[in-house]
Design a protein around this ligand. Structure first.
Ligand code: NAD
Length: 348
């Protein structure tokens, strides 16, 4: 049998490879790199194909496809969200993704994206906070201490200079796990007994809980003037974290409004409630933080362009490393029209 041509072999980054790549580059360096890649892509926002992600909902969760293209490359991510999974020993969020060359349609990368999603989500959060959080912010409340939480804390350290994180989760075991994992990270870690306690002295509040309901992780009276809220966990219809009154007091920044209006905290507001697109803050076309008493809210749901940036980054960084294998996943006969003949010859 003729071996597959080089073009037909698709680099594949497994979970083990991704972990190797993280350690090879360094976690904080990788978070900063990813934030840089996302910022570069947000600055050329109008170039991209954009659509709200395609969601398939069930009673217990959601499975989503997130495609986009800049005209040169095309990428998509498959991702699920199943809050009940942790009780069964499974991840709430898992993902994989693919990058392809628009000129041939051939994939150039297939990769795990469970770890990469945690990294890119954290990088995106910290990037947004770079523009929106009070200057000189040093303390962050981290509410919800599950799979995403340490990545969030480390990104805020690496990108925003946060020095203290105040942890809270309804499950003390999750807080203990998070505190243990962050020991030796250079962050001062304070474990708290309530959300209110976690927010004491915090200039930034990150909510990253998982519950398939309109939860009220923050009530209006808990949120003082001047803070930045990084709301990660409300990312599906009927799955929110903040009381609507907080939204009415905040300036709300979003990724892609047509998707966020379906999935974000703002699903609780009227369809024409004003929001600011983050990419415009980055290009200087819209203001970010304008005052000391302003409450800024990043209503994060996760948008396809962030995954595209992450896929581009991994594709560029694996060259010359041992952190991938090649998959024979594209049928590519020597004579492109002789697909059938190739199958027949395989019999021998
Ligand atoms: P996880 O299940 O590992 O962790 C969630 C944690 O929230 C758990 O430890 C749970 O005990 C805690 N929790 C639930 N209700 C709480 C409450 N009322 N108060 C305090 N803590 C509470 O999930 P994860 O992988 O860390 O993801 C967290 C959330 O982030 C999910 O909802 C997920 O869908 C979302 N997410 C968003 C993005 C994005 O781009 N915006 C990306 C990835 C994940």
């Amino acid at each position: 049998m003729t071996p597959p041509s080089r073009l037909a072999l698709v680099p594949f980054v497994s979970v083990a490879h991704m972990m190797g790549l993280v350690h090879h580059i360094g976690l904080e360096a990788m978070l900063r790199d990813l934030a840089g890649e996302i910022e570069a892509d947000f600055r050329r926002w109008p170039l991209f194909d954009k659509t709200p992600r395609v969601a398939s909902h069930s009673e217990v969760g959601v499975i989503e496809l997130m495609p986009t293209s800049d005209g040169e490359m095309y990428g998509f991510k498959y991702v699920n969200g199943h809050p009940k999974n942790t009780r069964e020993g499974l991840q709430t969020v898992t993902a994989f993704g693919l990058l392809a060359d628009v000129h041939t349609g051939y994939p150039v990368l297939l990769t795990e994206m469970t770890i990469l999603t945690a990294l890119r989500t954290a990088a995106m959060s910290a990037l947004a906070a770079k523009y929106l959080a009070p200057k000189g912010a040093k303390t962050m409340a981290m509410i919800g201490n599950g799979a995403q939480s340490e990545f969030q804390c480390m990104a805020f350290k690496a990108i925003c200079g946060i020095g203290t994180v105040r942890l809270y989760d309804i499950d003390p075991a999750a807080t203990a796990k998070c505190a243990r994992n962050l020991a030796g990270s250079g962050l001062k870690v304070v474990s708290c007994a309530s959300g209110q306690e976690a927010m004491e002295g915090a200039e930034i509040i990150t909510t990253c809980t998982a519950d398939k309901q309109n939860a009220t992780i923050l009530t209006d009276n808990m949120v003082g003037a001047g803070v930045h809220i990084n709301a990660i966990g409300g990312d599906c219809p009927g799955k929110t974290e903040l009381h609507a009154d907080i939204l009415r007091r905040s300036d709300i920044f979003v990724e892609y409004p047509p998707q966020t209006r379906i999935e974000g905290e703002i699903q609780q507001l009227d369809d024409d409630h004003p929001v600011i697109e983050l990419w415009q803050v980055m290009t200087g076309d819209a203001p970010g933080r304008t005052g000391d008493r302003q409450i800024t809210l990043f209503d994060s749901v996760g948008f396809a362009i962030e995954d595209f940036s992450a896929l581009r980054y991994v594709h560029s960084r694996i060259k010359g490393t041992p952190f991938y294998t090649e998959l024979d996943m594209l049928a590519d006969p020597d004579d492109p029209r002789d697909l059938f003949g190739m199958v027949q010859r395989a019999k021998s």
